[in-house]
Structures are given as C-alpha cells and as structure tokens.
Design a protein around this ligand. Structure first.
Ligand code: CMC
Length: 429
C-alpha cells in the first residue's frame, strides 16, 4: 500500500501521496491539493518545496554529503577531473576511455567562436560586467546555431551541449582580454580544457603562458566542485526557463544572470571584497563579527551560510585544502587566506553562527584559490559559471526529457488592493 499523509482541514480529510527518494527523502505530493480543497501551499523562497524529481545530484545538508550521480564529491575530487565529471553529470555514467576521447574531440572541434561573435565584444563598453557579457554572448549562440533551437534527439543535444561546454570558456577568456585591449588568443588544439582556458586568458602572441601544473589542477578541481548542486537558484532558473520550451542557449544565459547575484555565485567576489575591506579599514576580526551580528548594520558574513548545508559544505573543505596546497607549492602566502581562516575560527566559536548553523560555504575560500591561480577578481563569478555549465545542461535535458514536462508556473497569495474603480486623471489626488 503506497504511503500517504492525511491532511485534516476542518471536517475534510485529504490523503496526500508520499514520494520517497533513493535516499529515503520524503515529500508530500500536493499537486491535487488545490483541486481537492481550493488551497495552495505558500513557501517563500521555496525552502520547503521540491520543484522536480531529479536523478542527477544528491545533497544531504545535515550530514554534509554531496554526490554526482551517486558518486561522493570527495572521490571525484581525488580521482576525476572536470571534463569526466561533466560527462558523468550530463550522461549519467562515467565515460569509457573511448567515450571520453570522443567527448574531448567534440569539445576541441567546437571551442572556437564564429568570427561574427568575436565582433560582439567590440560593442560592449570597457569595464562591462563580465557576467553580463557572458550571458549576452551565450544567448547570441542561439542565433548562430538555429538548428538547435529545437532539440528533439540525443545527437542534437550532444552537439549543442558540446558547443556550450567548449565555447563558454572561450567567451569568458575573450571578454577578459577584449576588456583590457589585449589581442585575442585562440584556443590551442592540443591543450586540455582547463589549461586551454588559462592559455586563452594569459598567453601573449609572442609568448605562451605556462602555468604551474598545481595551478591547472587547482582550477580544474574548482570547476569540478562547482559542476552541479541540484536545485540552486541558477539551476532552478535554467529549468524554469526551459520549461516554457525555450532553447538550451537561452536557458543557460538566464542561469548566468541568476548566478550573478551576491547571495549566489556572486558571493565569491563579495567574500574577497569583504576581506579586502576588513584589511583596508584595519577592522579586527572580532569587531567585524560583532558588526555582522548586529542586524541593524545589514552586513552578512559573505561565504557563510547555505540554504541546504546545515553542518558543513563538503566543497569548502576540499577547496580550503587545495588552496593551502597551491600556495605552498608556489611558496606564496596570501594575507586574505590568513584573514579568512581567522574569521572562520572566530565565527565557528560564536553562538550567533552556531545557533543558526552557519558554516563556510563553497565561496568562502574559492576567491583565495582563484587569486592564487592569477584569475582576476572581476572574473571570479564567471569561473563559477564555467564550472556550473555541465550541471545546467544536465538539468535542462532531464527536465526536457521528463515523461510529461510541465510549464513551471508558481501561484501566489494576492495581498494587493481589493477591486476598485479606475479614477480619471483629472480626478486624482
Ligand atoms: N551572515 C550573517 N547572518 C546570516 C548569514 C550570513 N552569511 N546567512 C544567514 N544569516 C542569518 C540570517 O540573518 C537569519 O538570521 P535570523 O534567523 O536571526 O533572521 C538566519 O541566518 C537564516 O538566514 P536566511 O537568510 O533565512 O537563510 P537562507 O537559507 O535564506 O540564506 C544564504 C542562505 C546563502 C543566502 C545566506 O546564508 C547568505 O546570505 N549567505 C551569504 C552569501 C553567500 O555566501 N552566498 C553563497 C551561497 S553558497 C554558493 C551558492 O550555491 O550560491
């Protein structure tokens, strides 16, 4: 007998089916609630709402667990790389050597941009926010690939996905170089995904950039750790936009815009801004924490807290270690890392943060690692977007292939004025 939950509303009882996930997660299926009772549910910020059933990523926020397609993030961080993890997320299984080679070849084939797209960069004023440029150019890809405006078969999906994965880093690097007036560096056919990105960012026509392998590895790890995170704000946006039938390019362009905000992907910039401000004003860590705790100041400890993780964010632990390793290898010290560690130590002992279950999230240390790799501050959130691309693609496709895909269309409780008559202009106030 399938499990149900009984909701008693006055003298009417409604039996709601219980949906059970692989890891025994339980949800009440309320899809017939309004039809049966006239009521809807209200859940500001969707903190308690499952918008879909998904087989891609599992998070247990109480225990600090993150798995891609069942595989723990710690194992992927140790043994895998970004492209293999992307394949796993998009197609559901780890690739064989042959599948990996084919995917890699497809990425190489599609990594260059159409010359007309390159001219788009001329139209943006200097100092344009790179996330705006990224979103605009990703959306413009739909103009150059009209054959993928509708994706009805696996082959078209694979081609469109490979274009996005390959081109997102080319667009990112071009926007950075264009903004600085540097000549364009084309993708190198022999370089792997992450090394190629660094090549396009930092090589010069007269000299190839040769990063330390530890830096390449650290950046690749960072991308892997950002690759998916179930129904976060940007991914939910991608699924919502896609639910209207919008194409893949338009949907991920919307995801970039959602990611941009400081409460989501933009937090990696906000963390470094915060740390720099603390140093600039010579504020002590104790005083800063006091300022955060006093709600009248409206200051948050950026890089702390998470909607789902209420114990620790496993990505933050991995990033912190990687950051220490890369700085040790480069024999460098970063005063911001030391400040971040000091802040973490004080916050984790403070009842304000302990009681609210606020811990360092993925963004707390990611800015420090990006600084160690030489990525400019303005590009931090773009790096998050490159990393999140496979997750967006996988989630968009899963939603599109659902047995009966539905338009995402939440309801509301209206609290505006009751009906009133139109007042002609000459009779107003
Ligand atoms: N600093 C100070 N107080 C905080 C913080 C913070 N970083 N985060 C939450 N709180 C407090 C908040 O004021 C509230 O207090 P009270 O109960 O007294 O009203 C309580 O904790 C619950 O906060 P909330 O805003 O209801 O929690 P949420 O689940 O809606 O927000 C969050 C999650 C990530 C938006 C929030 O923790 C935050 O703003 N963090 C800082 C920004 C940040 O680091 N974002 C990156 C998130 S991880 C990367 C990603 O996936 O995007």
């Amino acid at each position: 007998m399938p499990e149900t939950a009984r909701l008693q509303m006055g003298d009417k009882a409604v039996d709601l089916p219980v949906v059970v996930g692989t890891e025994d997660e339980r949800a009440l299926d309320i899809s017939t609630l309004r039809a049966q009772t006239g009521y809807i549910t209200l859940d500001d910020g969707y903190g308690n709402t499952g918008a879909c059933q998904s087989a891609i990523t599992f998070i247990d926020g109480e225990q600090g667990i993150l798995r891609y397609r069942g595989i723990p993030i710690e194992q992927l961080a140790e043994h895998s790389n970004f492209i293999e993890a992307a394949y796993l997320l998009i197609w559901g299984e780890l690739p064989t050597q042959r599948q990996l080679n084919d995917f890699s070849d497809l990425l190489t084939k599609h990594q260059a941009l159409h010359e007309a797209i390159r001219h788009h960069f001329d139209l943006f004023p200097s100092n344009s926010p790179p996330m705006a440029v990224l979103s605009a150019v990703l959306n413009a890809l739909s103009c150059f690939n009209p054959e993928f405006l509708r994706i009805d078969d696996e082959n078209s999906f694979q081609e469109a996905a490979a274009r996005l994965m390959a081109k997102v880093r080319t667009i990112a690097a071009y926007s950075y170089r264009h903004d600085r007036g540097y000549p364009t560096i084309h993708p190198h056919p022999d370089k792997k995904y992450t090394a190629n990105f660094l090549h396009m960012m930092f090589s010069q026509p007269y000299k190839d950039y040769e990063p330390d392998p530890e830096q390449v590895r650290a950046l690749d790890l960072l991308l892997l750790l950002h690759a998916d995170h179930e129904q976060n704000c940007s991914t939910a946006t991608v699924r919502m936009v896609g639910s209207s039938g919008a194409n893949l390019f338009a949907s991920v362009a919307a995801g970039v815009c959602a990611l941009w905000g400081p409460l989501h992907g933009g937090a990696n910039v906000a963390v470094v801004d915060m740390l720099e401000e603390i140093r600039r004003t010579k504020t002590t860590v104790k005083d800063f924490v006091q300022q955060v705790k006093d709600k009248r100041n409206g200051i948050r400890l950026m890089g702390f807290g998470h909607r789902v993780y209420k114990n620790f964010d496993p990505r933050s632990r991995i990033i912190k270690k990687a950051c220490e390793a890369v700085l040790a290898k480069l024999q460098r010290k970063d005063p911001l890392l030391e400040l971040a560690e000091e802040l973490e130590a004080v916050a984790l002992e403070d009842s304000y943060f302990v009681d609210r279950k606020l811990y360092p999230n993925v963004d707390f240390y990611s800015g420090t690692i990006l600084r160690a790799i030489g990525i400019p501050h303005s590009m931090f959130t773009v790096m998050f977007a490159i990393g999140r691309m496979p997750g967006w693609i996988a989630q968009w496709y899963e939603a599109r292939k659902a047995a009966s895909p539905r338009l995402h269309r939440p309801r509301q409780v209206y609290i505006g004025p009751a009906q009133r008559s139109y007042t002609p202009l000459d009779k107003r106030g």
